[in-house]
Design a protein around this ligand. Structure first.
Ligand code: DOR
Ligand code: ZN
Ligand code: ZN
Length: 401
């Protein structure tokens, strides 16, 4: 297939180039590729980038297909230009054994439109009582997490860290010590105590969805003291804060929206590189659940379809990040940390690509959402850089050109 008249990033500049894809790889990148007898897409100046790698997605299946399915979740992913994702384990059954992992793996291979990799649970049933068998799960997972639940038994967490270290697996933490409430302090205290255990055990560690300035400071310090720690931030925590909070469950998630200062400092953490990657925490719920009163509605917001345009609009258009750095936080840093396949816009690069319309202003609407969950706080938000075409292994999996 030939992507004609698009643009790519070359040494920091946008340059017009044609991209020829052959099989699952990019075969040629040149100014004007002619006389090739293949399917052609006229990109008309759109930007070709590697598809995003999102390490934090709640796909909901098995067990909660009323919220999302492998098909609807990955349809939302490829619409948004996300080509690889990691699926969270708060499903039913919980992937805490080889058998459950094999069952889930089989389902997504036949039903998913994007590349899906799995987390294994840290504790059996995510109950925080006894450890799952990491060695048995290792061939089928990319990392371990009990996301949604913070492991509060620090003895057990320490044991998990030693076990994970033996298997060379990363533990990913939803750091929220509920004994300190649901405010900023709950995150800061959890990150603090977990970093102490990481220092003691030498385990590879990753913090999910950091939302507070002090937690970012703690991670910065841990990196300077050479702990093997990485972290992510969600778009809603760098682009929204309590001041944007509406009395609407689409603004309710865990961790919650924080202060304006926290928003600015987490954004700064991403810009400075202390925060390694953007990840959506895509957490679909049914409209029925999300129309309950604020205090009854479940936590979570969707994010797959707005990840890239929010990043482009809020980070690159505003001059906060270069295109290269945007691709680092959307794709390369996550792929490197979790050893995931990803596209690359160069000859020989894997053709897992997204094609963005960076010139057109788009207003994100309820009607366009492909996820089963419609719970986005960004409905009505203006954004540039919507994805228009997605290729996976050189095949078109989303096309709105
Ligand atoms: O907002 C959230 N939603 N935070 C979590 O930790 C869990 C997630 C979910 O599964 O809905
Ligand atoms: Zn979480
Ligand atoms: Zn989550």
């Amino acid at each position: 297939m030939l992507l004609k008249n698009g643009r790519i990033i070359e040494n920091g500049n946008l340059v017009q180039k044609d991209v020829l894809i052959s099989g699952d790889k990019i075969a040629k990148i040149e100014k004007d590729i002619k006389n090739v007898n293949v399917k052609m897409f006229d990109l008309n100046g759109k930007l070709v980038i590697p598809g995003a790698v999102d390490v934090h997605v709640h796909l909901r299946e098995p067990g909660f297909s009323e919220k999302e399915t492998y098909l609807t979740g990955t349809s939302a992913a490829v619409k948004g230009g996300v080509t690889t994702l990691m699926a969270m384990p708060n499903t039913n059954p919980v992937p805490d054994s080889k058998d459950v992992l094999l069952m889930i793996h089989e389902k997504y291979v036949s039903q998913a439109l994007a590349k899906v990799f799995l987390y294994g649970a840290v504790t059996m049933g995510q109950k925080g009582k006894s450890l799952a068998n990491f060695r048995e799960m290792k061939p089928y997972i990319k990392a371990l997490t009990d996301d949604g639940i913070c492991i509060s038994d620090l003895g057990l967490l320490k044991e998990a860290m030693y076990e994970a270290k033996k298997e060379d697996l990363i533990i990913c933490s939803h750091a929220e010590a509920k004994e300190y409430g649901l405010g900023a302090e709950s995150e800061v205290r959890a990150v603090e105590r977990e970093l102490n255990l990481v220092a003691e055990t030498g385990c590879k560690y990753h913090f999910c969805h950091l939302s507070t300035s002090e937690a970012v400071d703690l991670v910065r310090l841990s990196k300077t003291s050479k702990l093997d720690v990485t972290c992510e931030v969600a778009p809603h925590h760098i682009f929204l804060c309590q001041n944007n909070m509406q009395y609407n469950p689409n603004f309710k998630m865990s961790p919650a929206l924080r202060s304006h200062g926290d928003m600015r400092r987490t954004l700064q953490g991403l810009i400075s590189g202390v925060i390694d990657m953007l990840a959506t925490d895509h957490a679909p719920h049914t409209e029925k659940e999300k129309s309950l009163p604020m205090d009854k509605a479940p936590n979570g917001v969707i994010g797959l379809e707005t990840l890239i345009p929010l990043a482009y609009t809020g980070l690159v258009r505003t001059g906060k990040l270069t295109f290269e750095k945007m691709m680092d936080v959307l794709t390369f840093n996550a792929a490197k940390r979790f050893n995931l396949p990803h596209g690359k816009v160069e000859v020989g690069g894997l053709a897992d690509l997204a094609v963005l319309d960076i010139d057109a202003l788009h207003v994100y609407t309820y009607d366009e959402i492909l996820s089963k969950g419609k719970n986005s706080p960004f409905i009505g938000t203006e954004m540039f850089g919507m994805n228009k075409l997605t290729t996976l292994n050189g095949n078109v999996v989303f096309n709105e050109i």
